[in-house]
Design a protein around this ligand. Structure first.
Ligand code: HEM
Length: 149
């Protein structure tokens, strides 16, 4: 019973986090580049992150708590350790984005310093791209891993 709740919460929050990054990187980013001038585009990203990042914090907490709890219920297979390792790397990358370039982006937009804002957004784009790839890889390991034991 508790296991099914934990697994459902774990997977739902993974879907929100990784799906949100995929959408931002693959759909919203190219659409914003082709339709908006830098001042509006950078404002759009601050407004978008302001709404998405609180959800990511929630996802980080839920993924970690449910994942660690499930680990106490399972024989700890290698694919589960790989998932945990990659998951923790994803969490550190997100926290870096949140406290470093996102902070710079907010300050630059408030000061209407568009070149600085563009630099910060470029860093966020690269790190979110990396996290999306790690996230998809982690999902493959988490789901297919049990068939390779
Ligand atoms: C950070 C620490 C994490 C821990 C300790 C952890 C641990 C676990 C455990 C113990 C299970 C149940 C194993 C099973 O059903 O065979 C599980 C399932 C799963 N995890 Fe994680 N996980 C973590 C992060 C992540 C991340 C970051 C992702 C994806 C980006 C992820 C994706 C999944 C998926 C898709 C399942 C369902 C697998 C299935 O039932 O087929 N996990 N996780």
């Amino acid at each position: 019973m508790y296991m099914s709740i934990a697994l459902a919460l774990h997977v739902i929050t993974v879907v929100i986090w990784v799906g949100g990054m995929f959408f931002a990187h693959q759909a919203l980013r190219p659409a914003a580049v082709s339709t908006l001038e830098p001042p509006l585009r950078l404002r759009l990203w601050v407004a978008t992150f302001k709404r998405f990042f609180p959800w990511v914090w929630l996802c980080v907490v839920v993924v970690l708590v449910t994942g660690l709890w499930m680990m106490t219920q399972f024989p700890k297979a290698i694919y589960i350790h790989s998932m945990m390792g990659l998951g923790i790397i994803m969490m550190f990358i997100f926290m870096h984005v949140f406290f470093a370039p996102y902070n710079k982006l907010k300050k630059a937009v408030a000061a209407e310093n568009w070149p600085e804002g563009g630099k910060a957004l470029g860093q966020i784009r690269m790190l979110v791209g990396i996290n999306t790839v790690i996230g998809i890889l982690t999902i493959i390991i988490a789901t297919a891993g049990k068939f390779f034991q």
